[in-house]
Design a protein around this ligand. Structure first.
Ligand code: GLA
Length: 405
């Protein structure tokens, strides 16, 4: 992975990463024992996320509504007397190590290890005395599917190191640190949604987060009780220029806010949207602004419906969010548009791409009994277009980061 002289590669010493055996918690603990010939001091887990609604609103100081996946990244860890952090990853099939100097300078550790070294870096930058440790990591969060496998990794490592070092680190402060690891060390200019979801979500709830104040509300999202399911469809679309396009969208939003004389697009509300658009010359920028402003409003309306238990009624808001991402923010690809259309044709209440875009996953709100039909309709539509087959699974909101052993 890294190419830095400080990093030890030991490919071939592990289970085959494509065919992991057994539950992920056991794999992390067993991996620790086989790599380090001792028992871990503890085992921690942090989930990937699905964002129900509120896309590309987080870095505009707006609103998001993610929930935690049952799929998690698990870290088995123990303090280390030496001076180097050692990290084994089942998925990568390798073990790396890095020292203080590597963790002090973004770019010294690259690849998956950057998310681990980045957490050490962000904690140390914030003045914490980070314990040196040995870590073993296993995960069942799908990689590269827009389900925040990187935030799950950062959050699991952060939670483990905070506990091992007994760091004074309130939960509310943790997402910003994990985000800093990603922005400042791994080099991805993401907002704060994914790390907040991984660290702060609760089972049975979606997390309504105000990305400006960081105030949270746990909004009940009991799909089972309503006879509903969220079907997650991995579009299996190849990722296309994700990082560059993401940064470009962020830059367009920030320049629009500056042109409008507001701190962030959050400050433009729907009733003032037309007046704001009239002040912007560029048609593309106008569409970007329209997406963000209307998306914030859709989050607020979704939260309102969930607060009163009207789950199925959020469907049209989900679909409107997708249309806005497709036409105004221009972050969808034919595979995800096909999945959304097919899901709706098969009777989904609503469907939308979730996550940063340019591939990744679609979520569809369906009657539990209809989930299979919706999934197979999407598969047929894919076959008709000659796309690589999608994969789908249903999810219910899981737990945020926690110590599990
Ligand atoms: C990625 C980023 C998040 C957020 C979403 C889009 O997942 O990591 O911060 O911006 O895209 O909503």
């Amino acid at each position: 992975m890294t190419g830095t002289p400080d990093t030890t590669h030991r490919p071939g010493t592990t289970n085959h990463p494509d065919r992991p055996v057994g539950p992920v918690t056991e794999r992390a603990a067993a991996g620790f024992i086989s790599e380090y010939a001792e028992r871990p001091a503890g085992v921690w887990a942090a989930p990937g996320r699905v964002n129900l609604i509120g896309e590309h609103t987080d870095y505009n100081d707006g609103f998001v509504l993610p929930f935690a996946l049952p799929q998690r990244t698990v870290v088995a860890a123990a303090p280390e007397r030496g001076r180097r952090w050692t990290v084994w990853s089942e998925q990568a099939g390798e073990r790396i190590s890095f020292g203080r100097a590597d963790a002090a300078e973004p770019g010294r550790v690259t690849g998956w290890g950057a998310y681990v070294a980045g957490v050490v870096w962000a904690l140390r930058e914030a003045g914490h005395d980070v314990p040196v440790a040995r870590l073993a990591i296993a995960s069942d969060v799908p990689l590269g599917a827009g389900l925040s496998s990187s935030a799950a990794l950062e959050s699991a490592v952060l939670t483990a190191l905070a506990d091992l070092g007994e760091l004074d680190l309130p939960l509310a402060d943790r997402p910003a640190l994990a985000q800093r690891a990603e922005n400042g060390y791994a080099g991805m200019p993401c907002g704060i949604m994914d790390q907040s979801a991984s660290l702060r979500c609760q089972p049975g709830h979606a997390l309504f987060l105000d990305c400006r104040t960081l105030a949270v509300e746990q909004v009940p999202f009991d799909l089972d009780a309503a006879g509903l399911a969220i079907l997650v469809i991995d579009s299996n679309a190849p990722h296309r220029h994700v990082g560059g396009e993401y940064a470009a969208r962020r830059a367009a939003c920030e320049s629009a806010a500056a042109a409008l004389g507001v701190p962030a697009l959050r400050d433009v509300t729907v009733d003032r949207l037309d007046a704001a658009l009239a002040r912007l010359d560029d048609e593309t920028v106008r569409r970007r602004v329209r997406h963000v402003v209307t998306e914030n409003q859709r989050v607020l309306e979704t939260v309102e419906l969930l607060r009163t238990g009207r789950l199925a009624e959020i469907g049209p808001l989900l679909t409107a969010s997708h249309t806005s991402m497709r036409d105004d923010f221009e972050i969808t690809v034919p595979e995800v548009d096909t999945a959304v259309e097919a899901a709706l044709t098969a009777g989904a209440y609503g469907a939308r791409m979730t996550g940063g875009g340019f591939g990744g996953c679609v979520l569809a709100l369906v009657d539990t009994a209809a989930a299979e039909t919706v999934a197979s309709t999407v598969t047929e539509a894919y076959a008709g277009r000659g796309f690589r087959a999608p994969s789908s699974f249903t999810v219910t909101p899981g737990a945020g980061a926690e110590r599990i052993n």
